[in-house]
Design a protein around this ligand. Structure first.
Ligand code: MD3
Ligand code: FE
Length: 216
């Protein structure tokens, strides 16, 4: 595989351990931000952002779409991964190589070899929207990490413990930051505080988050 991040080899990227198995790579996606935002634009043109409904009947404030072999969806019947976008009745757009390569090299930096995601959930936050504390456990392969990529406006990410009641630690994630979540942190509670108002030079009044997953 060609390494998109050879330019970082001299100094090595910044690598901050935020929990057992979780590694924050500040600015890791910065060098390819334009390729990433162009790819998001292509995906959204074919699988538009939409606010999904939870099984409890609430509409999520965050808008979502997916690319890859399977996409995460929620509706009144529950949460699941599905190969078909229920809005278009078409397969989700393919995962672009620039996404796949970024996820793989970030996972490698985090100590996870050969990460092969089959799904990428794309979240769009506008000011005021939030994601309440939850665990990601709809994936069959919990040995694989999740890789997250932040683009656009900064967000306060809430990292809870293994129990819902643990007091979350707050991390500010900004444009280009990548986090690899594996090992013991894979099932940690986490969420995003309501997004503050702002305007990002490249993305405007929004934050986009990519999460790469191996679902089976
Ligand atoms: C820690 N997204 O899509 S990314 C999600 O910023 C989600 O949009 C948030 O939580 C966002 O499910 C957070 C960081 C993240 C993603 C998955 C994790 C942290 C995680 C899974 C386990 C532990
Ligand atoms: Fe999550």
């Amino acid at each position: 595989m060609t390494d998109l991040f050879d330019g970082l080899a001299d100094t090595g990227p910044s690598r901050e351990s935020i929990a057992d198995g979780a590694v924050l790579l500040r600015g890791f996606a910065g060098p390819i931000e334009q390729e990433l935002t162009a790819a998001v634009r292509d995906i959204v043109a074919r699988a538009p952002f939409r606010r999904m409904t939870t099984p409890g009947g609430y509409q999520m404030s965050v808008a979502m779409t997916n690319c890859g072999e399977r996409g995460w969806i929620t509706d009144h019947t529950g949460y699941r991964y599905d190969a078909i976008d229920p809005r278009t009745d078409l397969p989700w757009p393919a995962m672009p190589d620039v996404f796949r390569d970024l996820a793989r090299s970030a996972a490698e930096q985090g100590g996870y070899q050969s990460f092969a995601p089959d799904a990428c959930l794309i979240n769009r936050y506008e000011p005021g929207t939030r994601l309440s504390l939850h665990q990601d456990k709809d994936e069959l392969d919990l040995a694989a990490p999740i890789v997250s990529v932040s683009l656009g406006l900064p967000a306060i990410f809430l990292f809870g413990g293994m129990k819902r009641g643990d007091k979350p630690v707050r991390y500010r994630l900004t444009h280009g930051d990548v986090v690899v979540w594996g090992g013991p942190s894979r099932l940690a509670y986490h969420g995003v505080a309501p997004l503050a108002e702002g305007e990002h030079a490249a993305l405007g009044r929004q934050r986009i988050n990519l999460t790469f997953r191996k679902t089976r």
